[in-house]
Design a binder for this molecule. Structure first.
Ligand code: GLC
Length: 650
């Protein structure tokens, strides 16, 4: 809501302090955005910091940080912002398909990556998520998620000029780029942590540091452990200061204290630094954890959402072409809240990971039925129009079976037993399983555990190769493609994890590296062997079969506008509990997507296609390029084992 005093404050600040901003001329659009968002920025800021002694001073500073970000933004990026704004929700498009990769493990460094753009183009990928590339101490890195300098590219990857060159080349090729802001914590080697260790109380206030165990003990009563095996507890003793520091993740990752407005401002500055590198989507790492409060789980607190909303409002003013992805891997009903609620519906994060559906796919594959997948969709469908998912089957992290017990129980199963079955199935403890994986972060107190393993190994390829069975290999490839296809067409931007396009199985070399051996997620983070990848061009090889099929799936996706995420998905009634089907519909376009999660032929009555007001005479399958004539209601459409179908009524 308009606020005259604030408007005056803004005008004064821009005129007096921000040299070169012409609010009536070339920068009028920026100024308009600022005026429009100012009251919300102020309200959100006051909600968090209104009672803080530095509130007024830091609010002035906030205006300055936003203005500086705009001033420092290149004309090229400002023009790109304008194009995106004209397109509206540019990121909902079915033309975007992504890949997530570790630069060093993929191809060595940033310079080499700039030389690999044709590989992505060939596959149909035009959006890259670079796993963290900023300075992070070797051996205490958490794959780069323990950042010791937010603005210096780690020399393993190159330097900032290489990064800019890559971004420019990608921009010219019409590609999009995503990197992370690790908002929740820094490495204990970060300058702020080093100063805190040296006794600087200003920087000690950047973290949660306590003189004794009294408050840490209170906190730990209600805080779940994230890495109970490798890093039990949520606090670490720091010998230099004799204090206990909050370390929710590893003991070398110090949690930032966002109750201090100086921390917020410093991290907002880093966000803008990335925005001005030309980042299209910023992945906000672990946002669920950014606010802590005694007596709570310290996850998903309302203030964490307020911080995200505040960030978004600021980004919209200075660098509006950058969308935000909240990496909230939490319970289904909590994930949805990261899109915003109430007046902020669809105004918090533009993206979240569809982590619920990802886990449900693995549930479906092990069980051979989709009962639980269906029992959970009502939560996922609450996503508001205008926001979207990153859809995926695998990523660099473990698979958490994060859906609720009641969803399992609604299908008649016992939640504890069912989860145990899944953990056994994917970790080698279930004799009939095709999967090769391992349990990650087993909590001996609760028996909770997540699952590690690559897409190919979890789908049976490692097992099939060991047995040298062509039949099993075929089945494994079918599973891989069916899983990928289901997430590619679901709605949202599909994100392939590097290596999965060429069928990489688990890599156990991490066990020999002491900086990695404590974390079995490294088994599914391969080092790419480009000799092996050359096989993607040799018909008949496993690599080629998976690569060319992935390529085809992405090409089909780009052809079908109805796949763009307009929140236009309807699940088909599961007439057959082994077959998951959804309808994507927009205007007069319809596409049925069907997936057989079982190893047997499945039968679906033609009636299933008629439930949504249509009576198609023929269906064209984009995958097999076949046309089917529909039969009588009681006759069947037959699905092959692990088969999938992308069917358009003709
Ligand atoms: C995110 C990352 C994960 C990392 C954690 C701590 O969940 O995806 O890899 O360990 O944050 O930064």
């Amino acid at each position: 809501m308009y606020n005259y005093q604030l408007h005056q404050q803004l005008q004064k600040a821009l005129k007096e302090k921000e040299a070169g901003i012409n609010i009536a001329g070339k920068d009028n659009l920026f100024y308009t955005r600022f005026v429009a968002n100012l009251a919300s920025i102020y309200d959100l800021y006051t909600e968090l910091y209104g009672g803080h002694k530095k509130a007024a001073q830091d609010f002035e500073q906030l205006i300055h940080v936003i203005a500086t970000a705009y001033i420092e933004r290149s004309t090229l990026l400002k023009n790109r912002d304008a194009v995106k704004q004209q397109q509206g929700n540019w990121y909902l498009s079915n033309q975007i398909a992504g890949m997530s990769l570790y630069v060093d493990r993929f191809c060595g460094n940033l310079e080499n990556l700039a030389g690999k753009l044709d590989y992505f183009e060939k596959l149909g990928v035009n959006f890259l998520h670079l796993m963290p590339i900023f300075e992070s101490p070797e051996g205490e890195s958490d794959g780069g998620y323990a950042v010791s300098d937010f603005r210096t590219v780690d020399k393993r990857f190159g330097n900032i000029t290489d990064m800019q060159a890559l971004q420019q080349k990608m921009g010219e090729a019409g590609m999009y780029l995503m990197i992370d802001i690790v908002l929740n914590h820094t490495s204990h080697h970060h300058e702020w942590a080093k100063k805190a260790k040296a006794g600087d109380t200003y920087y000690q206030d950047f973290f949660y540091m306590f003189n004794d165990r009294y408050l840490p003990d209170q906190f730990e009563k209600t805080m779940p452990e994230i890495f109970p095996e490798a890093a039990p507890g949520s606090f670490t003793y720091n010998a230099e200061t004799g204090k206990w520091v909050m370390t929710v993740f590893h003991n070398y990752q110090w949690d930032l204290n966002y109750t201090n407005p100086d921390v917020f401002l410093a991290m907002l500055g880093n966000i803008f630094f990335y925005a001005n590198l030309g980042i299209d989507i910023l992945r906000i790492d672990a946002p669920a954890f950014i606010w802590k409060q005694l007596g709570t789980t310290c996850q998903n607190l309302p203030q964490a959402h307020t911080i995200l909303r505040l960030i978004r409002q600021c980004v919209q003013v200075a660098t509006p072409g950058m969308a935000l992805l909240g990496e909230a891997i939490v319970a289904p009903k909590e994930i949805i809240n990261y899109f915003g609620t109430g007046a902020y519906t669809a105004k918090e994060c533009d993206f979240a990971y569809n982590a619920t559906h990802m886990a449900l796919q693995w549930d479906g594959l092990a069980s051979g039925n989709i009962r639980i997948m269906m029992a959970a969709q009502h939560e996922i469908l609450r996503k508001p129009f205008g926001a979207s998912w990153i859809t995926y089957t695998r990523c660099h992290d473990d698979i958490g079976l994060g859906y609720d017990d009641y969803m399992i129980e609604n299908t008649g199963a016992n939640a504890y037993e069912h989860r145990r079955f899944l953990k056994d199935y994917y970790s080698g403890a279930y004799p009939a399983s095709f999967a090769t994986g391992a349990l990650f972060s087993v909590n001996p107190k609760t028996q909770d555990a997540r699952i590690s393993g690559s897409l190919a190994s979890l789908c049976g390829l490692e097992h099939a190769l060991k047995k040298a069975s062509g039949y099993e290999t075929d089945l494994a490839i079918k599973r891989i493609l069916m899983m990928q296809a289901q997430s590619f067409f679901l709605g949202g931007v599909p994100m392939i994890f590097y290596g999965d396009e060429a069928g990489y199985t688990n890599d156990y070399s991490y066990l020999a590296d002491p900086g990695k051996s404590y974390d079995n997620r490294w088994m599914h983070r391969p080092v790419i062997n480009w000799e092996k990848n050359k096989q993607t061009e040799v018909p008949g090889t496993i690599e080629h079969r998976i690569f060319s099929s992935t390529q085809k799936l992405l090409a089909i996706r780009k052809k079908l506008d109805v796949i763009a995420d307009k929140s236009n998905i309807t699940w088909l009634t599961p007439h057959n509990i082994h077959v998951a089907g959804y309808l994507r519909a927009w205007d007069d376009k319809r596409v049925y997507c069907l997936f057989n999660f079982s190893a047997q032929l499945q039968y679906l009555t033609w009636y299933a296609f008629k439930e949504h007001g249509m009576n198609p005479a023929q269906l064209f399958d984009y995958w097999d390029e076949k046309t089917y004539s529909t039969g009588q209601d009681h006759e069947y459409f037959i699905l092959q084992p692990y088969g999938f179908y992308i069917l358009e009524p003709k």
